[in-house]
Design a protein around this ligand. Structure first.
Ligand code: CP
Length: 307
């Protein structure tokens, strides 16, 4: 059996192109499984997985839990809001207590960049990063690239524009690493205040005009304005942001080609993306969510084989 080159999934940066292709080929098989009348396989029957979430989540948490259950793993869920973290317990103490219950894998979301890397150095279990602050969200990037491959046949050679709040986005960074490893061209687009100064050093194109970005790309991945991470004002108002950077049907109608629209969710409807695009035939947003389960099944299945 082919194996991943890593015991943990901490970020896309630590994966090889071969790792990503192996995850995709395995996810193809699991996508077939989850569309059968009996959607379950016994692959992880002896494995216990803890989902520990120190930050809010809908899609990622449910998707991991479903992936684990489809693989017949035993699952425990922890959310910091109703735990002893509130009484001052440290991250390592919390996780070591969970591991004493004989847990094999930990899926973690945390607001601090690098928290999963810290855990991987301190505990003996497979760690999966489910989003760490503004750093990386590797399974989101994998499911995004998998969805582009499904829609357009391949990722190599495709032009992908990532539009919006790049500064606060872990999805942007993981997408850039993943798409580049697979041979796509990447552009970032947004107001200068929401584009980090280092971004062009990653080998991406930088564009400030959303019409030009849409005209250039095959795929537009529109990102959420992350108001909860913005301590200062980066643009005058949401109305103004929407006016200059919001993607709507009128903008798409001005293009001389069809493009694919993606969004990792949750969407601020009417801000970065209008409903007339989010719910249109251009959008593969719900396909992304469906593919998330198959991709996460593949990640967990492959990591469980690496001790
Ligand atoms: N895309 C994503 O990470 O969504 P959640 O925050 O709902 O998990």
């Amino acid at each position: 059996m082919q194996q991943l080159s890593t015991k943990h999934l901490l970020g896309i940066k630590g994966l090889t192109e071969q790792d990503i292709q192996l995850i995709f080929e395995t996810a193809d098989n699991f996508k077939e499984v989850i569309n059968r009348p009996i959607k379950k396989v016994p692959s992880l029957r002896d494995i216990t997985i803890a989902n520990i979430f120190f930050e809010n989540s809908t899609r990622t948490r449910l998707s991991f839990e479903l992936a684990e259950k489809r693989l017949s793993a035993d699952v425990i869920n922890f959310s910091s809001s109703n735990s002893s973290v509130k009484k001052g317990e440290t991250l390592v103490d919390t996780v070591n207590n969970i591991l004493s219950m004989k847990v094999d894998m930990v899926v973690m979301r945390h607001s601090s960049p690098g928290a999963p890397n810290f855990l991987a150095k301190n505990i003996n279990a497979n760690i999966v990063n489910a989003g760490d602050g503004t750093h990386e969200h590797p399974t989101q990037a994998l499911l995004d690239a998998f969805s582009i491959r499904e829609k357009l046949g391949d990722v190599a050679g495709k032009k992908v524009a990532i539009i919006g709040d790049i500064l606060h986005s872990r999805v942007a960074l993981s997408n850039i690493f993943c798409l580049q490893k697979l041979g796509a061209e990447v552009m970032v687009c947004g107001p200068a205040t929401l584009l980090p100064k280092y971004i062009s050093s990653l080998g991406v194109k930088v564009e400030y005009d959303v019409k030009k970005a849409l005209q250039w790309c095959d795929v537009a991945n529109v990102l959420r304005i992350q108001l909860e991470r913005q301590q200062i004002k980066y643009f005058p108002s949401l109305r103004e942001y929407s006016l200059y950077y919001g993607v709507d049907k009128k903008l798409l109608d001005q293009l001389d080609k069809e493009i694919v629209i993606m969004h990792p969710g949750p969407i601020n409807r009417g801000v970065e993306l209008n409903s007339d695009v989010a719910d249109s035939e251009h959008s593969i947003i719900l396909n992304q969510v469906e593919n998330g389960v198959a991709v996460r099944m593949a990640v967990l299945y492959l990591l469980a084989a690496v001790k």
